[in-house]
Design a binder for this molecule. Structure first.
Ligand code: DX5
Ligand code: ZN
Length: 219
């Protein structure tokens, strides 16, 4: 796996929220390139997390890439606010009731990277049409809403399919996976063609965060 630099994106959903600034600094001192920030509205998913004002505060603590995953029903309304708060990548879900291409284009026009997210049960057969408008495809390997869930293995098959389509397109699109990623499945995840790995529970429950990030990267 060493020829590809696999990007690690620790999900702060599993961190200690009472010490959020310190947790961000901890990620900053690790080999992780991204920080994965899960935004949930309690409608698109059953959980509620944080919004753009918190991200704005966190921006002061880190120079890493803020990989913002919007699990909200109307992301278009907030794209500008998240961009202004310091997001570098904004991910919107394929399942939202909106014009996907237009949302992805809006994100790019603000100078950010756009990401399109597919839930475990959403087919990726329309992916090719969106590739010219996106910098990253994110496949969910759990049903979104909570950290620490069991990895859904069908994401590996979907990942291979997406990797083929991305390579065929010749476009520079990253392939990210989110949910249940750990030391036990990182190897097969990388083999399937994913190059960005989100991980929450595994990294934040490890005794040595920095070492855990490095381990996930090197597997
Ligand atoms: C789930 C979130 C994930 C989650 C991953 O809805 O999108 O980012 O935090 O956490 P783990 O690695 O614990 O499954
Ligand atoms: Zn996420």
């Amino acid at each position: 796996m060493s020829e590809i630099n696999h990007i690690i994106s620790p999900s702060i959903l599993s961190c200690d929220f009472s010490r959020l600034g310190e947790e961000i600094k901890k990620i900053d001192a690790s080999a992780a390139e991204y920080i994965h920030i899960d935004v949930m509205d309690g409608v698109f998913v059953p959980n509620i997390t944080l919004g753009h004002p918190v991200i704005k505060q966190l921006r002061k603590f880190s120079s890493k890439v803020f990989d913002v995953h919007l699990m909200i029903i109307n992301p278009r309304k907030y794209i500008e606010a998240f961009a202004g708060a310091g997001a570098d990548i904004i991910g919107i879900h394929r399942e939202i009731n909106d014009d996907i291409t237009s949302c992805l284009t809006t994100i790019r026009k603000l100078g950010l990277k756009s990401c399109l997210v597919y839930n475990p049960d959403t087919p990726v057969n329309d992916l090719e049409g969106f590739l010219p408008y996106t910098d990253q495809i994110l496949l969910m390997s759990v049903y979104p809403g909570f950290g620490g869930q069991k990895f859904i293995r069908s994401a590996l098959v979907k990942g291979k399919e997406c990797r083929k389509l991305i390579n065929k397109s010749g476009l520079a699109v990253d392939l990210e996976i989110d949910g249940g990623v750990g030391f036990d499945n990182a190897h097969e995840i990388k083999l399937a063609g994913f190059n960005v790995l989100v991980s929450g529970h595994t990294l934040f429950s490890a005794p040595d965060f920095k070492a855990a990030v490095q381990k996930l990267k090197d597997i």
